[in-house]
Design a protein around this ligand. Structure first.
Ligand code: DQA
Length: 149
């Protein structure tokens, strides 16, 4: 039994309706189905454990749950705007213990200057930014291939 985690932070539930020029037209439920399918094909035996929330407390508690899960193999986190603001997210990510990949739908480094800093990046093994939902598949691929140095 192996669990791969995925955290969708604040405002990600609105993707599909929200600023489609930046984030695309595909909703999270539709993207989730596609990711689930990808995992079944490419990472058999792994279960997706995901959380989409607008509550910072719930997001932090989700990372605590991941930290306490002996079957966790790693996870993706897109904290949304918390990426740039939340020390609590960073501290929770630091305590996870299995590899995390930071993902963003948009190319945050090519946007406003306040999006260029990430408080969680230092707690992740890498970042995928700017490829829409494809970035989540790339993040899972990166986790599958990841070997600690
Ligand atoms: C985002 C980028 C963040 O800067 C922004 O606040 C979001 C979405 C992304 O996936 O591109 O809400 O995390």
């Amino acid at each position: 039994m192996r669990n791969v985690y995925l955290l969708q932070g604040i405002n990600l539930i609105r993707v599909g309706k929200r600023e489609p020029v930046l984030y695309g037209n595909t909703s999270w439920p539709d993207a989730r189905l596609q990711l689930q399918h990808w995992l079944e094909l490419h990472w058999p035996g792994v279960s997706l454990v995901d959380c989409t929330t607008t509550s910072e407390q719930e997001a932090v508690e989700f990372l605590h749950r991941m930290a306490d899960d002996p079957h966790a193999v790693g996870g993706l986190i897109n904290p949304g705007a918390w990426t740039h603001t939340s020390l609590a997210m960073r501290d929770a990510a630091a305590g996870v213990g299995s590899p995390l990949v930071e993902v963003h739908l948009s190319h945050t480094y090519a946007r406003e200057s306040f999006r260029k800093s990430s408080l969680v990046a230092s707690e992740c093994v890498g970042t995928v930014s700017g490829f829409g939902w494809l970035g989540y598949t790339l993040g899972f691929q990166a986790l599958l291939a990841y070997q600690p140095a």
